[in-house]
Ligand binder design. Structure first.
Ligand code: GRF
Length: 208
């Protein structure tokens, strides 16, 4: 059984897609042990509670400095004993010690086709605004392992989404979620739970 910790900051639609994947059987041999949020008001926490999942809030405002916050976050993760940490809209720069401890066991969903429209400052609606400003015709989403860079880790899965002429950032954001994120995040987790995903020389290999 793959034990998962999901880290969230916002609405939690990706968390919901994982919960649904597990309850509907698309993700086998996996369970969410805990959902961690840095934002007490994240609707994702409500989704977790409704699914009967343990929730923990680790908010930077509750700690004297970054170091204490990092320690609390690491503790909240460690307590759950995860095999996999899923960042599903988690707007926190992860402590380096967490990244090192869980090397190749942390994945993130990014709402663009890495290496385009990623890196520092590219999160939320900003990504889709930049996509429209540049006029690209295809965008999408990427699931990748997390390393110490920003959106630089080994890529597990990507899915393209066509940009439409009349797209607004909000409309595009929703379509990227519906057509890509909510599909490739649960699928990546299913493949990891089946033991099919390996990382070698910085590249991901997926077994048939
Ligand atoms: C998604 O667009 C995800 O790609 C990004 O943050 C957003 C989270 O949305 N990292 P939700 O909280 O899962 O609804």
């Amino acid at each position: 059984m793959l034990k998962i910790v999901v880290c969230v900051s916002g609405g939690g639609t990706n968390l919901q897609a994982i919960i649904n994947g597990i309850t509907q059987g698309a993700i086998k041999h996996a369970q969410i042990e805990r959902v961690i949020s840095n934002n007490r008001n994240a609707y994702a926490l409500e989704r977790a509670r409704q699914a009967g999942i343990d929730t923990v809030c680790v908010s930077s405002g509750d700690y004297a400095d970054r170091e204490q916050f990092n320690e609390a976050l690491l503790k909240a993760v460690d307590e759950a004993g995860p095999d996999l940490i899923v960042l599903a809209g988690f707007l926190v720069v992860l402590p380096p010690q967490l990244i090192r401890k869980y090397e190749n066991r942390i994945i993130n969903i990014h709402p663009a086709l890495i290496p385009s429209f990623c890196g520092k400052g590219y999160y939320g609606l900003k990504v889709h605004e930049e996509v429209l400003a540049r006029g690209v015709k295809v965008t999408g989403a990427t699931v990748h392992f997390v390393d110490e860079g920003t959106d630089t880790g080994p890529i597990i899965m990507q899915k393209p989404v066509t940009v439409q002429q009349d797209d607004t950032p909000e409309a595009l954001q929703l379509r990227v979620m519906e057509e890509a994120e909510w599909i490739i995040l649960p699928t990546s987790i299913a493949l990891i739970a089946e033991g099919k995903v390996t990382v070698k020389d910085g590249h991901v290999h997926i077994a048939d």
